[in-house]
Design a protein around this ligand. Structure first.
Ligand SMILES: [Zn+2]
Length: 69
């Protein structure tokens, strides 16, 4: 999940976007990265890393089903 914004950055860079557009895009990508990191949780029961695909945090472990605090 964390690598996705980086791929978008490389994609925009390779397309030769205008510097202004890239500067506009950068804070958005940083926000995505921040949300991804914030939503990354670790299961207390089995230790599995939990990723969220949206803005909400995962509530249950995808491996063992334990509720996440
Ligand atoms: Zn678990």
């Amino acid at each position: 999940m964390v690598s996705t914004p980086l791929l978008l950055c490389l994609f925009a860079w390779n397309r030769g976007e205008q510097a202004g557009e890239f500067a506009f895009l950068l804070p958005f990508l940083m926000l995505i990265t921040f949300l991804n990191l914030r939503n990354t949780r670790f299961c207390d029961a089995c230790g599995a890393t939990q990723y969220s695909r949206g803005v909400s945090r995962p509530r249950h472990c995808s491996r063992c089903g334990a509720s996440l605090s």
